[in-house]
Design a protein around this ligand. Structure first.
Ligand code: AMP
Length: 182
């Protein structure tokens, strides 16, 4: 038995209580949304994946992209649940085969992302998945990478969206869904 019962397309509000706010991490002024308590709670974690998968299924994706590293944790079980492919978008230098890459700005600092050039085929429908949508720079970079490979980005899904940072405005070309908004 789970505490949450059948998935019903809306995240149980109790799950939000398992997201821990950590002030000043990794740098002063950042309120870090720590999802590890949620991941460690079997019922909440299963419920979260079930609801997340149901929500992004509406995009009829053929692949879920997970953004390193916490995006992997969400995108992989969603892909498994939906019976679609999982594709990692990784930090520079981590993927072994031919890649395309892009640099982007973060809420704290800057970084880069890469994807395998042959990860998708024409006509593939990709949903980009990550844990937190903050400024949107990371997800926009991932969407750009997917588009460069010739696949279509049909949506983006986040466990948490930080409304004040307006990340959604960086993703104007496809639907954006999030399960918890702050
Ligand atoms: P952004 O590019 O600004 O939308 O930042 C999103 C990425 O940074 C995601 O991969 C998140 O894991 C991480 N991130 C940004 N801000 C936070 C935050 N306040 N708490 C936890 N993770 C964050």
């Amino acid at each position: 038995m789970t505490r949450y019962g059948e998935a019903v397309r809306v995240l149980d509000p109790a799950v939000a209580g398992l997201v821990r706010d950590v002030p000043d991490f990794p740098t002063p002024g950042i309120l870090f949304k720590d999802i590890t308590p949620l991941l460690g709670d079997a019922a909440a974690w299963r419920h979260t994946v079930d609801v997340f998968a149901q929500v992004v299924e509406e995009f009829a994706p053929t692949h879920a992209v997970g953004i390193e590293a916490r995006g992997f944790v969400l995108a992989a079980p969603i892909a498994y649940r939906l019976g679609i492919g999982f594709v990692p978008v990784r930090k520079p230098g981590k993927l072994p085969h031919a890649t395309t890459g892009v640099g982007y700005d973060l809420e704290y600092g800057s970084d880069g992302l890469e994807v395998h050039l042959d990860a998708f085929g024409p006509g593939d429908r990709v949903v980009v998945v990550d844990d937190v949508l903050a400024t949107g720079g990371t997800a926009a970079a991932a969407s750009e990478l997917v588009a460069r490979t010739g696949a279509g980005v049909v949506g983006a899904g986040f466990l948490i969206e930080l409304d004040a940072l307006a990340g959604r405005s960086r993703l104007p070309d496809h639907p954006v869904v999030s399960l918890l908004r702050y």
